[in-house]
Design a protein around this ligand. Structure first.
Ligand code: HEM
Length: 154
């Protein structure tokens, strides 16, 4: 639809929005990979050292609030702007649906981590280091699915 000012604007912005999307996704993923690792050491090591649990609380809270939440919001906003840019997403293909499902899974995982942080703060964490190590594979698997979906466009 050339000539429509809104469409023209979305086309002009598209490479910039995509760049911002990828920057946000990198930052979000960094936290999604690292926070479960912090939980592993929080469970297994923190009790042995005076003052260590408080340091872990602060690191976990800052990572979620300062890096992960803003990055998730920017990734979603930029992703949705591209979804509404005509001609970018072909809904007849499988990849947008596969990516959409994986991205919802990634967002669920983010909220799962938030809930586990709350458990730590309230002293009612029940998961072991091994369980947190296993949950660390969730964002890895979802990332592989998402990257293959956006690159192969099956
Ligand atoms: C948060 C919700 C998300 C939405 C709504 C979304 C949506 C989109 C859309 C519509 C595109 C444009 C596709 C194209 O230009 O052909 C795109 C590109 C891309 N997305 Fe996402 N995305 C999201 C999250 C993610 C995540 C979590 C990752 C990585 C783990 C990711 C990785 C990418 C990459 C690498 C591209 C560039 C692909 C290319 O060069 O064509 N996205 N995204």
């Amino acid at each position: 639809m050339p000539g429509n000012p809104m469409t023209d604007l979305l086309f002009t912005l598209y490479p910039w929005v995509k760049s911002l999307h990828i920057m946000a996704v990198i930052s979000w993923m960094a936290g999604l990979f690292y926070l479960p690792r912090l939980f592993v050491y929080h469970v297994e090591k923190a009790q042995a050292v005076d003052g260590a649990p408080e340091i872990f609380f602060e690191m976990e809270e800052k990572l979620l609030r300062v890096i992960m939440r803003p990055a998730m919001i920017v990734a979603w906003v930029c992703g949705l702007i591209m979804v509404f840019t005509p001609g970018i997403v072909g809904w007849d293909w499988a990849w947008p649906w596969v990516k959409g499902a994986a991205v919802i899974g990634m967002t669920w995982f983010h909220h799962w981590l938030m809930a586990r942080r709350k458990d730590f703060v309230e002293g009612r964490n029940t998961l072991t280091g091994r369980q947190y190590r296993m949950m660390n594979e969730v964002p890895t698997v979802l990332m592989v699915i998402i990257v293959l979906a956006v690159i192969l466009k099956f």
